[in-house]
Design a protein around this ligand. Structure first.
Ligand code: ARG
Length: 433
């Protein structure tokens, strides 16, 4: 049996590679990573003197230095003293092909393919910041699929991407551009106003690479022509999206700020609620009953209010941000308290991609423990992706996606803003100093 088949078989069977590792050493690419400390996000404990063995990109064994033998021929990575090893981080809401410094009408100055170049730069910044997996919930021209292919083929560095392709929504809604005169109207590839139309769009986006479906259930802040709280898709439309996507094995993320839109989305079977700004007690109850997650971008308010005017954000958007920003943080605190499942989503692109980790400190300031915030960006995110055996923890079978920070992130979660070491699939992306 070839080493690749052998490691695959071991993975499928969930067999620890202890016995297989020496046999594989000659041919398989084995790397042994050691550090002073490791955060076990699933157990919620820190482990001293960990050793992680990665074979052909997947974690084969996790143990203690001294207990676990390093197979002959393995590459070794010994992290500097004082460092804590964590699983690669996951951001569940980014737009890699966006740049907040180019907001509002400034988009019109650039050609369509410009955004792919922005995506290339942001992919590197994102993975070097320790985010080894991202869910890209909306981009034009299938840019996220191309970006993913370029990264997987080794042309450029970047995170694992779960692409949504286009975000789907209603005519005149948050995901329908807006701000142009009727003479410049065009048939948008992502807009529908009927349940059947949405079924078609789900099938089409999947056909061209979507691995998650994104809808715009309510108005938004940064769109020009809508009210942030207003529902923009009917129950029947959202249900058509959820049914179709689930039938195809895809999950659905709904942009939703307003209460009615959030609750309708939850009743329609949507899996993750993005923003969730005006969620109420009924929303919490529905989310818990249905096992849905909230992905709340609570850092953005600071950035938009400080930089938005300079960046070209529409004045009416700044007005909307003043209406929902603080309310969203208060909702976040209440939702955490109510026990709603939470995932880490920044809306990267609304603030600079690569600065994603700045949101951790906000999440702790507004009611989470550091461990909860880190789980939202690791094990919980993996669950919400439907990939609990792939990413999100340092555990045998999952990808060898590891990061390290100086000191203890449970003591000060803002340490995650300075990720010193990044490994993706057993390959070093950023070497420790
Ligand atoms: N993309 C979102 C929107 O336009 C950004 C919201 C940012 N504001 C916030 N308080 N989270 O609606």
């Amino acid at each position: 049996m070839s080493p690749i088949k052998l490691s695959l078989a071991a993975r499928v069977a969930g067999v620890a590679l202890a016995v297989l590792a020496p046999a594989l050493a000659a041919r398989a690419d084995t790397v042994a990573v050691s550090a002073d400390r490791m955060l076990d996000v699933i157990g919620g404990v820190e482990v001293d003197k960990p050793l992680v063995l990665i074979v052909d990109g997947r974690i084969a064994r996790v143990g203690k230095q001294g207990d676990l033998a390093i197979p002959a021929g393995a590459r070794t990575v010994v992290l500097p003293p004082g460092m804590t090893l964590l699983p690669g981080l996951i951001d569940m809401h980014v737009h890699l092909t966006s740049d907040p410094r180019i907001s509002g009408y400034r988009h019109l100055e650039y050609t369509d393919s410009f955004w792919q170049v922005v995506g290339v730069a942001n992919a590197r910044r994102t993975v070097e910041a320790g985010f080894t997996t991202v869910r890209n919930v909306g981009s034009g021209n299938f840019d996220d699929v191309g970006l993913k292919q370029g990264i997987e083929a080794g042309y450029i560095p970047g995170p694992r991407i779960v692409p949504a392709t286009y975000a789907l929504g209603a005519t005149g809604g948050h995901c329908d551009g807006g701000g142009l005169p009727p003479s410049m109207d065009r048939d948008a590839p992502n807009v529908s106003d009927t349940p059947d139309g949405y079924r078609h769009l789900v099938r089409k986006m999947r056909k061209y690479g979507a691995e998650v479906i994104k809808i715009c259930a309510t108005g938004g802040v940064l769109s020009k022509t809508d009210s942030v709280g207003a529902q923009q898709m009917t129950f029947a439309e959202m249900q058509a999206v959820a049914d179709e996507a689930h039938m195809l094995g895809l999950r659905v993320a709904a942009h939703a700020h307003g209460t009615e839109g959030i609750n309708t989305a939850l009743r329609a079977g949507i899996d993750t609620i993005e923003h969730a700004s005006l969620a109420d007690e009924e929303s919490f109850r529905l989310a818990k009953a249905r096992g849905a997650w909230f992905s709340m971008d609570i850092y953005d308010d600071d950035y938009i209010l400080a930089e938005g005017a300079k960046n070209g954000v529409y004045p009416e958007s700044l007005e909307k941000e003043r209406m929902v920003g603080l309310k969203q943080r208060q909702t976040f605190r209440a939702a955490v308290k109510a026990g709603v499942k939470m995932i880490f989503g920044t809306d990267g692109g609304v603030y600079p991609n690569g600065d994603n980790a700045k949101q951790f400190a906000k999440m702790v300031e507004w009611g989470m423990t550091p461990l909860q915030a880190i789980r939202a960006a690791t094990s919980e995110a993996a669950e919400a992706l439907g990939r609990p055996k792939d990413v999100g923890a340092i555990e045998a079978g999952r990808y060898g996606d590891l990061i390290a920070v100086a000191g203890d992130p449970l003591g000060d979660v803002s340490r995650l803003e300075h990720v010193a070491f990044v490994m993706k699939g057993g390959q070093v992306v950023k070497a420790a100093p």
